[in-house]
Structure formats: structure tokens, C-alpha cells
Design a protein around this ligand. Structure first.
Ligand SMILES: Cc1cc2nc3c(=O)[nH]c(=O)nc-3n(C[C@H](O)[C@H](O)[C@H](O)COP(=O)(O)OP(=O)(O)OC[C@H]3O[C@@H](n4cnc5c(N)ncnc54)[C@H](O)[C@@H]3O)c2cc1C
Length: 458
């Protein structure tokens, strides 16, 4: 039976940074990372090659070494205003120290590290004057290719440091032992047991069921969380260039007129592409962009999302949002629906003819249809009002030819109670997006570094 000092479940940025820190602080530690997806370079998505989703057992877009961020735009938000709440958890000073350390670690593995985009007072004022709140944050944009290569090098470094990297190895259960924990793992048809003193659960959002199961098993109290539903919006890149050329990624909050709900413009991709994402067979929209000028498109895209906080005992926000996306796929004949904003406002579906004549050329092949047949009235009203508000600071945003792809959901993981250092039981830590505390690369990585320090007493 294999015996480790630390077993890390999940090979995303949280798990990788934890391993990095443990080995940096104490090279004698025996560390293994168990990842149910493929090695990074073997991650291939058939749907990404222009085919329909074939429902792989582990989605190669969201799982595998380098985690959900492997093919992302590689935007590292170097602050605490969004992307998670480790600022609240650790205090601003400590949180920023670890976020900056993530940046520093990555710089050591990247070619040609890009400069920071800094926040702009002038754009903040322009937004404020129009009832919009531009969130303040410095951003490092690695771009998809550079981010991918940086993660490859980080993984190579961990191997050189003696971290055992086990791909296609799923952790199915954890039991307490006298000296720590025993992990039941499955690699293909082979079942094994791994003994470890410490365990770090870093299973991301895709591992939500596993986290829930472990919390129930170890009697960890779970706090309910919210869910975001909305659309991916695509238009000509030039419309948002005043913002994107200065701060790179505008993230803007709005309070809607009819319902006074909080919406946010988020995940902006300059010169980007709209993409499809498969979560347990449910296809939702997302977006990304490449750093290289030759890979830029004429369009930009971003999400408009509205957070639903359920009151009372309802504890299935993720399932609720997944059902909306599933119905959207049903109405879209197995695909995401795309609709022109002009058609949505006129109460008619977008058809192939109108889409072909549209001035904004879609970067994702989606089903031309009608979002309003599925999207709840309140969500749709919020989306329309947000687009109209954004149009005041970036005229053209609410043009008839603006494209809306539905739906885009953001799931918050459940939020288990921890001891202040992210331990949910003695010697068992829960980090990254699976903890419900982070929602982005920098903060998930920062949590990994922090827990790495705690385990090695730094
Ligand atoms: C398309 C896309 C674009 C994004 N772009 C950005 C961006 O530009 N900037 C940003 O800050 N954030 C971005 N994000 C979010 C970011 O990717 C996540 O916040 C980040 O990856 C979270 O890291 P993590 O390590 O907590 O979890 P993950 O990266 O999700 O890694 C968890 C890993 O655990 C594995 N796993 C799960 N269960 C088990 C199990 N039982 N046994 C073994 N392994 C298991 C999974 O396969 C997965 O590889 C993006 C996300 C997506 C999907």
C-alpha cells in the first residue's frame, strides 16, 4: 500500500500550487496528486473540434491536469474585489500576499510575462455617472496559449521535485485512519488504496458531488450558496475598445430598474470567441480569447449574469440552474441558443435567414432561436435592462445585431464550514473552487499556497 505525507485530490491550479508550496518548504515531503482526468497534453475535446458533445466520462475541457483553467483565457485577477472571497477569509493583507505570490510563481514558468493592466479612475467615474460600478482590479492576461504552456512547465517542475502525478485516477472515498486518512482510488478498472497523513481536496466545481459526500460523511456543516444565470453577449470588438485598451477586462455591476436585482458584466474577452462548455451533459456558453494578434476575431464577448439567492430551505441552486440550461438545450435541439438582441426585444425568434444577414458574425455555431421560451422572465428582464445600461457607457452594446447566447450559468459550490485555515476536519483541507470560497485562478492558487504553508508549518 502506498503511503504519503500529503495526498492532493484534483490537479487544477489549487492542487498544483499546494504541491508547489509543500515541496518548496520541505522537499522531503512525499506528495501525490490524484487527477481523474487526463494528463494536460492528452486533454482533447471532440466537441471542440467542431463535433457534437460525445459526453466523455471526464470532460477534457473542465477536468484533467491544469484543471478547468487549462484552456482558459488565463486572466489572473490580482485582487480580492471578485474571483472569490479569500479577502474576507484571510484578511486583505494576507490574501493579497498569497495572490501576489501566485503571480510571482507563474512568472517563473512563463515566457515573456505580460505587463499588468491597471484600474482607471476616468472609466470608473464614467460608469458611476451612469449608475454602473466598475470593479477595481489589476489584471495579468496570459492568454490561452501562454497560460497553457505555463501550466505545462509548472507540472514539469513538480515532477522534477518528486511529486507523483497520477492522471485518470479518481478518488472515490476517504476514510479516517489512526495516522491520517485512507483514500479509495480507481484507475481504469484497477482499485487501490492510498494512505496519507494529510489530504487536500482540490476538486473544483466539477467535484461538487464528491465534496458534498465527504462533508456528509465527516459531519461538516454546509452553508447554502447562490447560483448565477444569464447569457453570453457578443458584439463588434470596437464597441468596448475604450475600456479594453485601458483596463483589459471591464467587470461592471448594475442594479436593475424593475426588480432592483444585482447583475454583473463579467468574463470579458477582447477579440475573442464564444465557446460551448459541457457540464455533466448540459451545454452552456462561455468565452475565451487568444493573446496572439493573428488569433483575434473582430468581436468581443462577455457574460451578463444575475445571482439568485434562494430563501428558505431550498438547497439545490445548482440543479435549478442546470434544469434551465437543460431546457435551453432541449429547445435548441441539443445546442446553445443564439438570438439577436433586436429579435428578443421584438418577441420573435432569430432564424437562420436573419442570422446570416447580421452585422455581428457569430463565432460559435449555435441554434438560432428564442431565449424567452426558456429563460425566466425576471432573469430576461434583468439582462435586457443591463444591456441598455451598459449601452450608455459603451454605445452600440444594445444594438439590434448584438448576439445573446443562452444560457451561461455560474455555479457556486457548497460552502462547508472550516477552521479558519481551510481545514474541514483534522488534517483534511478543502481548497479552490470546490470550497465555495474561490471562483478564479488567482484565488484558488492562493488558497493552495496558503494550505501548503499551513501543512509545512510556515
Ligand atoms: C472556460 C473557462 C474559462 C475560465 N477562465 C478563467 C480566467 O480567465 N481567469 C480566472 O481567474 N478563472 C477562469 N476560469 C475559472 C478557473 O478555471 C477556476 O476558477 C479554476 O480552475 C479553479 O481551480 P481549482 O483548482 O479550484 O479547480 P479546477 O481547476 O476545477 O480543478 C479541479 C480538478 O479536480 C479534478 N477532480 C474532481 N473530482 C475529482 C476526484 N474525485 N478525483 C480526482 N480528481 C478529481 C477535476 O478533474 C479537475 O481537473 C475559467 C473557467 C472555465 C471553465
Amino acid at each position: 500500500m502506498m503511503k504519503y505525507d500529503v495526498a492532493i485530490i484534483g490537479g487544477g491550479i489549487g492542487g498544483l500550487m499546494a504541491a508547489y508550496q509543500i515541496k518548496k518548504n520541505d522537499p522531503s515531503q512525499k506528495v501525490v496528486i490524484l487527477e481523474r482526468g487526463y494528463e494536460q497534453e492528452k486533454r482533447k475535446c471532440p466537441a471542440g473540434a467542431g463535433q457534437k458533445c460525445v459526453h466523455c466520462k471526464v470532460c477534457s475541457i473542465s477536468g484533467g491536469f491544469a484543471g478547468a483553467g487549462a484552456f482558459s483565457d488565463g486572466k489572473f485577477n490580482l485582487g480580492t474585489a471578485y474571483g472569490g472571497s479569500i479577502g474576507e477569509e484571510l484578511g486583505e493583507r494576507v490574501a493579497m500576499q498569497y495572490i501576489n505570490e501566485v503571480d510571482h510563481v507563474l512568472e517563473g514558468f512563463a515566457d515573456d510575462y505580460p505587463p499588468l493592466y491597471q484600474s482607471s479612475e476616468a472609466l470608473k467615474l464614467k460608469c458611476l455617472q451612469n449608475n454602473l460600478r466598475l470593479l477595481d482590479m489589476n489584471v495579468r492576461h496570459l492568454g490561452t496559449d501562454r497560460n497553457y504552456k505555463t501550466m505545462l512547465r509548472l507540472i514539469e517542475h513538480l515532477k522534477e521535485q518528486g511529486v507523483e502525478m497520477r492522471a485518470r485516477t479518481e478518488c472515490q472515498d476517504i476514510d479516517r485512519t489512526e495516522g491520517g486518512y485512507s483514500l479509495k482510488i480507481e484507475c481504469g478498472t484497477k482499485k487501490e488504496t492510498v494512505e496519507t497523513t494529510h489530504v487536500i481536496i482540490a476538486t473544483g466545481r466539477s467535484g461538487a458531488d464528491f465534496v458534498k459526500k465527504m462533508c456528509l460523511k465527516f459531519g461538516v456543516h454546509i452553508n447554502a450558496n447562490a447560483v448565477d444565470i444569464g447569457v453570453r453577449v457578443e458584439m463588434k470588438d470596437v464597441i468596448w475598445r475604450e475600456f479594453s485598451s485601458v483596463i483589459y477586462e471591464p467587470k461592471i455591476l448594475y442594479r436593475t430598474k424593475t426588480f432592483e436585482d444585482r447583475t454583473r458584466m463579467f468574463c470579458f474577452n477582447q477579440g475573442g470567441l464564444v465557446s460551448a462548455e459541457n457540464n455533466h451533459g448540459v451545454i452552456t456558453a462561455n468565452g475565451h480569447s487568444f493573446a496572439e494578434p493573428e488569433k483575434k476575431t473582430e468581436n468581443c464577448n462577455f457574460a451578463i449574469l444575475y445571482s439568485i439567492h434562494f430563501e428558505g430551505d431550498f438547497d439545490k441552486p445548482t440543479e435549478y440552474a442546470e434544469n434551465i440550461a437543460r431546457n435551453m438545450n432541449f429547445a435548441g435541439e441539443g445546442n446553445i441558443i443564439v438570438q439577436r438582441f433586436g429579435d428578443l426585444k421584438r418577441g420573435r425568434r432569430t432564424n437562420a435567414h436573419r442570422l446570416a444577414a447580421n452585422s455581428v458574425i457569430p463565432t460559435l455555431e449555435a441554434f438560432p432561436g428564442d431565449l424567452s421560451v426558456v429563460m425566466p422572465y425576471r432573469a430576461l428582464t434583468n439582462i435586457i435592462e443591463t444591456l441598455e445600461a451598459l449601452d450608455k457607457v459603451a454605445p452600440g452594446t444594445a444594438n439590434d445585431d448584438t448576439l445573446l447566447y443562452g444560457c451561461e450559468n455560474k455555479y457556486y459550490s457548497i460552502r462547508p464550514q472550516h477552521d479558519g485555515n481551510f481545514a474541514i476536519a483534522s488534517g483534511m483541507y478543502l481548497i479552490g473552487d470546490g470550497s465555495g470560497i474561490t471562483r478564479g485562478l488567482s484565488q484558488s492558487g492562493a488558497m493552495g499556497l496558503y494550505v501548503g504553508d499551513k501543512i509545512t508549518n510556515h
